[in-house]
Design a protein around this ligand. Structure first.
Ligand code: NAI
Ligand code: MG
Length: 352
């Protein structure tokens, strides 16, 4: 199993070190770790946020564990040289079209949620967002009409094969969880969504063990706040998923706890190739202080073991250890606690 570690900028190297510590503690057989520069450090050392050798390493690896990129000293650079471009370049090069973001309420953290604790307690959901299509990638422009008014437009589209492959990811994820899939669209007004819905229904025939439901996105936004406990897996397009996944993350609380996976179609000898990263950024405001919470990266490593290496048991062990550490009061500054990065990593290892 070849794992590419890309720590990146800011708190990236700090949180990555603790995720690696947790992986090491599992004593997995036949793992090789590679490490390379990405983001601002990539630019400063090699002249590009995604240096060719980093890209080659990511392509050759079975999975990529990514810290965070973002460096205020790069603010003046042209767009294609900014650290954040690295993540887009990796997604494209690795064909990653499915973004998985779990939102789970850890016992004892209900008070940090934007929701009432009794509502927040029930959150255990996974948002599967399509990443490569939708209104972000269609023809777009600001043009001037005959009467002189300016008009902006962005062409929204999904081809059926694009819907089909993300639907499969959603159904398979549901099979590994509580076997319920909610497809979110806006089929009452959008043709794109009508096709989305038709294709999801078609694919559902292959997953008779998964209960499929459909919800309009406006209602989904409301239900996420009103009764998030009703959701297991949510599958949706790029635009709706962008918004709903951010909304869901605030329902569970701290940014320092939220993991993500980006998956493609490429299969390795061990599972689906993917890139795993915390949803937070490089947090330049706390970089180098040893106070960053590594749990989101540790939980991203758990997702990596699950999706790219078929190691459900070890993934669940990591998740349980994080939950136990939190229940025991091991909390970083982002959770109102005082535990430092190393201390949190050690606490998770001790509970594996
Ligand atoms: P951010 O997520 O880096 O930080 C937001 C706030 O949360 C800060 O106060 C930070 O200290 C805190 N925070 C974040 N992660 C934390 C952790 N693990 N433990 C404790 N506190 C934590 O977002 P911000 O400040 O908007 O962006 C900083 C840089 O990161 C920018 O350059 C941005 O472009 C980049 N960024 C990169 C992402 C990525 O690599 N995928 C995602 C989001 C932002
Ligand atoms: Mg967003």
């Amino acid at each position: 199993m070849k794992i590419a570690l890309l720590p990146g900028d800011g708190i990236g190297p700090e949180i990555m070190a603790d995720a690696k510590k947790v992986l090491d503690a599992l004593r997995l057989p036949n793992v090789t770790y590679w490490e390379a520069d990405v983001g601002g450090i990539g630019y400063r050392r090699h002249g590009h946020p995604l240096p060719p050798e980093t890209l080659e390493m990511a392509k050759a690896a079975d999975a990529v564990l990514f810290g965070a990129v973002g460096d205020p000293t790069c603010d003046g650079l042209e767009r294609h040289l900014r650290p954040e471009q690295a993540i887009l370049g990796l997604r494209q090069a690795l064909g990653l079209f499915a973004n998985l973001r779990p939102a789970t309420m850890f016992p004892g953290l209900e008070d940090l949620s934007a929701l009432r604790p009794e509502v927040a307690r029930a959150i255990d959901l996974l948002i599967v967002r399509e990443l490569n299509g939708d209104v972000y990638f269609g023809e777009k422009a600001i043009r001037t009409l005959d009467d002189g008014r300016r008009q902006g437009f962005d062409f929204m589209s999904y081809a059926e094969d694009e819907v089909r492959r993300i639907a499969h990811v959603g159904f398979k994820a549901a099979q590994g969880r509580r076997r319920r899939l909610c497809s979110v669209d806006k089929a009452n007004v959008l043709e794109t969504s009508q096709l989305w819905r038709d294709v999801v229904i078609e694919v559902s025939a292959e997953y008779p063990d998964v209960e499929l439901s459909h919800m309009y996105v406006d209602n989904a936004a409301m239900q996420l706040v009103r009764n998030p406990g009703q959701f297991d897996v949510v599958v949706t397009g790029n635009l709706f998923g962008d918004i709903l996944s951010d909304q869901a993350s605030m329902c569970v609380g701290s940014i320092g706890l939220l993991a993500s996976a980006s998956l493609g179609e490429q299969q390795t000898a061990f599972g689906t190739k993917g890139l795993y990263e915390p949803i937070h950024g490089s947090a330049p405001d706390i970089a180098g202080q040893g106070t960053a919470n590594p749990m989101a990266t540790i939980l991203s490593a758990a997702m990596m073991l699950r999706h790219s290496f078929g190691r459900e048991q070890e993934a669940a062990r990591i998740e349980a250890a994080v939950a136990r550490a939190l229940a025991d009061g091991v909390k970083g500054a982002d959770l109102g606690g005082s535990a430092g990065t190393r201390e949190i990593g050690d606490a998770v290892v001790a509970r594996l």
